[in-house]
Design a protein around this ligand. Structure first.
Ligand code: BGC
Length: 897
């Protein structure tokens, strides 16, 4: 097809047709799953994309065809342009039922596509009555906390008829790994993850068909303390949060070719023994004595007569739930970049990247040799700096069995580290003997960013690594010290960034269910979810702005990003309870000026031991957030068709906005807190009268400039400050702030060799020592929320609306980066932007997926386009700033930590 060319002065817009624009939808996906085996919905919603279509093509109808055991069923043509999360075709799935679904689409022109490839889905155990398995634990008294050796459990079964398929439904009180006939089942790690266990315990569905053999088989499981009974939380932490007994829930269902089913489930009759794991804690690390391995324990014929019987413990099967998203897995292996012998007879390993995971060893030595692995994120004075780990020792120990080459990786722990020190290694340690295995929830990567500034590219890469390291079954604050908690404020500010990098729909919607379970009856949202009661500072939870607002903002972000209305419906009572509570606390004044607030947590002016002592009045922050959350709640209500609620919360937001101005805005748009955070929130949350916006933005730009373009914001101001500047005519100042590399700034971290984003602007001080504050993580995502502006402002792709159906491309072009590009796999397909400066012109390439529409702002004009790839050229507007090549070169990371 010839390029469809037209000119819209001053920009030239050209649609570049693809060689093949034949319409053919992709294989359907179900809910937010990549792998839909064992899903928890009987009527999973169906989505597909149409990778290519000729200009002007629009879907007018779709047809789904489901292949099920009862035969084929088709929806017939459904007149609809929807292709994201459309209703399940036909009758609900039964438990265990498999189906494949194909889709075809019809364009407005009447042309009908071919059928897609099939997408496969399989229901898990959907009813409590499907569970025969009960939770079993080794019988006898529970030993003292310090002597609790994780148990092994086993049973045997006979397969006496041909097998059609076999499934293992598996979960535990604690962590679990299963083996069938000596072979590990699945590749998930730290299963079943952390949820509010009394309400929701996630089970996995494993296909074990290929593991079974005719005759005798053995099923075994390793258990570990994990979140269930391990020590969690700071100031010494709490043990046994959910119980003091580890227990296994396993149901192996073997379906035979003759239509019969053999079920082997945990219950009386299983046997429990001790294995080589002497202790394992998420914070502590793991001690494994290979001499203690009961050889062949998960093979048939093992003599377990010396093992103990089991007792049944309580577990309501109605609380066993299928996962909403992918499990934790090893997603990458990283080899050490340096192996150094220390003067202490140990080996220091540098993996070149601060990561989350654990080490795998290949080692050969005498029986009883003890190898100890210590972990740390940074070095101080050439040694591991373990002080930031606080109460998380993070030490693994392996005792060799001495039978040749042994391979080992801990099972039930995880660490945040870049460096490891190895003690007791027999002989010379070769780099090939140790590898770091990166663990996190195996989310699909959906977003990319690149630009002509190496420092910013590294910053972005650091944000990606901090997302990976902190999305370990739930969104956490840090992966290394004695927290790793689901702090609500952190994910609230980071959700727009996280969802632009990875498909977090499953993980975050699962976590939101837990948030609702943990919410107090009066609407208080805990500081972190799941909650740990016991620490007097944080429990019982008190309402705090920014943190509690996660109840409203995170569901809204999920809806905007993934087009998932159900998540809004499910979270609506929780979101409303939060806003209603804050409205009550604010009272008729509509100003929230009571109670305890963390405010603009960790702004750089706050002293190391008092991170809440920020420059910005915390009541201003709290009131701004009430105005914002009540506005979003009104939008949520509107989306759900609750017109009365929408009106009421809009009114509330208007009142709070008026109260904000009366209390915090003085003549000439001066805010009572003369800080970047105050102005940025007021602008970004649209709290100011129109006439005040320009003067407020000028004041914000002045404050930023007066600080020498160093950062002055904390958790509340950081995600919004660049948006507030750039959206109100101060993009050049936004760039100056972004590109500052002195302390404190984003690029200061990069200049200090950071490979993840830090908790504090100065987690590492300019003199190379570690911040003395008690709370100093090198892997925290909140300050990485700046990447949202890299995607939407600098590169200019804003896809945070309408589930990706409505896109806006409006880059802030600047010579100091020269070019930039970003892409996002939206529910409709890939959206992308690339701009580059070419002399006096800006060249822009925009990719819009089929089903979406895009407004492109370039050359001072708006261009409205539908799907396709577009090339635009326009003269650069405004006075170009000279690039400073020295500045760019100076920012290449140097390995100082
Ligand atoms: C966490 C934070 C959290 C904060 C609130 C810290 O220890 O790491 O990120 O939001 O506490 O008090």
């Amino acid at each position: 097809m010839a390029p469809d060319e037209h000119t819209a002065a001053p920009a030239t817009v050209r649609r570049v047709a693809r060689a093949d624009e034949t319409v053919r939808p992709t294989a359907p996906r179900f809910e937010h799953h990549v792998d839909a085996r064992g899903i928890g919905s009987a009527t999973p919603r169906v989505s597909w994309t149409v990778p290519a279509a000729p200009a002007g093509w629009r879907q007018a109808a779709y047809e789904l065809s489901a292949e099920r055991s009862g035969g084929r069923l088709s929806t017939g043509w459904v007149g609809s342009a929807e292709q994201v999360l459309v209703p399940w075709p036909g009758e609900p799935l039964a438990s265990r039922e498999e189906a494949t679904v194909r889709v075809r689409v019809r364009g407005a022109d009447g042309w009908v596509s071919g059928w897609s490839a099939p997408g496969a889905v399989e229901a898990g155990l959907l009813a409590a009555s499907d569970w025969v398995a009960v939770a079993v634990t080794p019988s006898g008294p529970v030993p003292d906390a310090d002597l609790r050796r994780p148990p092994l459990l086993r049973t045997e079964l006979v397969v006496d008829r041909p097998v059609r398929r076999a499934r293992l439904y598996l979960t535990a009180h604690g962590l679990v790994q299963a083996e069938l006939n000596g072979v590990r089942i699945g590749d998930d790690e730290l299963a079943p993850g952390w949820t509010v266990y009394p309400h929701r315990l996630v089970y996995a569905t494993h296909d074990v068909t290929a593991h079974l053999r005719p005759g005798r088989n053995a099923l075994g499981a390793w258990l570990g303390d994990g979140w269930y009974r391990g020590r969690l939380g700071f100031d010494g932490g709490t043990r046994d949060i959910y119980g003091d007994r580890l227990a296994l829930v396993a149901q192996l269902e073997v379906e035979h070719t003759d239509g019969t089913r053999t079920t082997v489930a945990t219950g009386p009759g299983w046997r429990a023994g001790l294995g080589p794991v002497l202790s394992a804690g998420l914070y502590e690390g793991e001690v494994h004595d290979a001499r203690e391995t009961p050889g062949g324990w998960s093979l048939p014929g093992f003599d377990d007569s010396g093992w103990q019987p089991v007792d049944v413990v309580d577990r309501d099967p109605a609380t066993l739930v299928a996962p909403d998203g992918p499990p934790v897995r090893c997603t990458q292996e990283v080899a050490p970049v340096a192996v150094t012998r220390t003067g202490r007879g140990t080996w220091l390993l540098d993996f070149g990247q601060n990561l989350v995971g654990r080490l795998r060893l290949r080692v050969e030595g005498a029986r009883g040799t003890r190898v100890r692995l210590r972990h740390a994120e940074v070095l101080e004075h050439g040694r591991l700096c373990t002080r930031p780990l606080r109460g998380a020792p993070s030490v693994d120990e392996y005792v060799l069995a001495g039978h040749g080459v042994e391979e080992w990786e801990p099972r039930f722990t995880v660490h945040g580290f870049r460096y490891a020190e190895v003690e007791g290694w027999p002989g010379e340690l070769d780099a090939a003997d140790v590898v770091a295995r990166v663990l996190h929830t195996d989310m699909r990567r959906t977003g990319t960013f690149a630009c002509g500034h190496p420092g910013l590219e590294r910053l972005h890469e650091n944000v990606v690594w901090s997302t990976r390291g902190n999305f370990v079954s739930l969104p956490t604050d840090c992966p290394q010290r004695d927290e790793r908690l689901g702090w609500t404020g952190d994910i609230q500010v980071f959700a727009p960034t996280a969802t632009a990098l990875f498909d977090c729909a499953g993980l975050l919607s699962s976590w939101l269910r837990d948030l609702a379970h943990e919410q107090l009856p009066d609407g208080t949202v805990p500081w972190y979810v799941p909650t740990i009661y016991g620490n007097p500072q944080w429990s019982p939870p008190r309402p705090g702005a920014v943190w509690g607002d996660a109840a409203v903002i995170v569901p809204w972000v999920l809806h905007e990003r993934y087009g998932d209305r159900d998540v809004l419906a499910r979270q609506y009572p929780s979101a409303r309870a939060w806003v209603d509570l804050v409205a009550r606390l604010a009272g008729p004044s509509r100003v929230w000026d009571t109670g305890y607030q963390l405010g603009d947590w960790l702004d750089p002016a706050a002293p190391p031991d008092d991170p809440a002592a920020a420059l910005t009045d915390p009541t201003l922050v709290a009131t701004a957030y009430l105005a914002h959350s009540s506005r979003l709640l009104a939008r949520i209500a509107g989306t759900l068709g609750r017109a009365d609620d929408a009106q009421a919360y809009d009114r509330l937001s208007d009142e709070v906005r008026a109260a904000f101005r009366a209390r915090y805005v003085r003549a000439g748009a001066a805010l009572t807190s003369d800080t970047a955070t105050a102005y940025a929130l007021a602008l970004r949350f649209d709290l100011l009268a129109e006439a005040d916006r320009a003067p407020a933005a000028s004041r914000l730009a002045r404050i930023v400039a007066d600080a020498g373009h160093h950062v002055t914001t904390g958790f509340a101001g950081t995600p919004v400050v660049l948006h507030a500047l750039a959206d109100h005519g101060h993009a050049a100042t936004a760039y100056e702030l972004l590109l500052q590399d002195g302390c404190p700034s984003w690029l200061y971290m990069v200049a200090r060799g950071a490979t993840t984003t830090w908790e504090r602007w100065d987690s590492m001080l300019p003199d190379g020592t570690v911040n003395p504050g008690d709370m100093t993580s090198f892997n925290h995502y909140a300050l990485g929320s700046v990447a949202d502006w890299l995607h939407t402002g600098l590169a200019g792709l804003d896809a945070l609306a309408d589930g990706g159906r409505t896109l806006r491309v409006a880059p802030h072009v600047d010579p100091c980066v020269g070019w930039a590009e970003t892409s996002l796999e939206t529910p409709y397909g890939r959206a992308g932007v690339r701009w580059e400066l070419d002399g006096e012109d800006v060249r822009l390439t925009v990719e819009v997926p089929v089903g979406a529409r895009c407004t492109v702002v370039l050359g001072g004009r708006e261009h409205h386009v539908e799907h396709g790839r577009y090339e635009l050229v326009a003269p650069q507007l405004g006075a170009p700033r000279a690039a400073d090549p020295e500045e760019v070169a100076a920012l290449s990371p140097s390995p100082t930590v």
